[in-house]
Design a protein around this ligand. Structure first.
Ligand code: MG
Length: 158
């Protein structure tokens, strides 16, 4: 049986933190605010995996009012979603991510983010695709107030 899941996440910029997307440190400042490390990309992929599994959402497992997850490394969240899939004997087919950001320019980091997600999910590199786009200066993203990440995944359960 093939199943799909989608995830979306938005975080606003907060200067005094590193920017981490897809588990990759993009810059030392100009990061995103949030309870955890605010890695919107990994949060979107985590939610997509949980969606495909029919296993709820990231907030159920890692509530933002739980001090354990303060400044947490979001790879923990992704790995928990992967563990849930492993337990179901589900195999991840592919992961497709779109990052919507006016700034910074993410094209130079695309390959590294792709490789990072593939590594975290034990997938061959070609099974993960990452795209970056802008909103052509429209809206909160266009004003560089925050970043949006969207992910879709397919899984197969035998
Ligand atoms: Mg988030």
């Amino acid at each position: 049986m093939i199943r799909v899941g989608q995830g979306i996440d938005v975080h606003q910029f907060a200067d005094a933190r590193p920017l981490i997307l897809g588990g990759v440190r993009i810059s030392d400042t100009g990061g995103l605010s949030g309870h955890s490390d605010a890695d919107a990309v990994l949060h979107a992929v985590t939610d997509a995996l949980l969606g495909a599994a029919g296993a709820g959402d990231i907030g159920q497992y890692f509530p933002s009012d739980d001090s354990r997850w303060k400044d947490a490394d979001s790879t923990i969240f992704l790995r928990e979603a992967k563990r849930i899939l492993d337990e179901m004997d589900a195999e991840i087919g592919n992961v497709d991510v779109t990052i919507i950001a006016q700034t910074p320019k993410l094209a130079p980091f695309r390959d590294a983010i792709q490789a990072s997600i593939a590594r975290l999910l034990d997938l061959p590199a070609g099974h993960v695709n990452v795209k970056a786009t802008t909103t052509d200066h429209l809206g909160f993203i266009g004003r560089s107030e925050g970043i949006c990440a969207m992910a879709i995944v397919s899984i197969s359960i035998s």
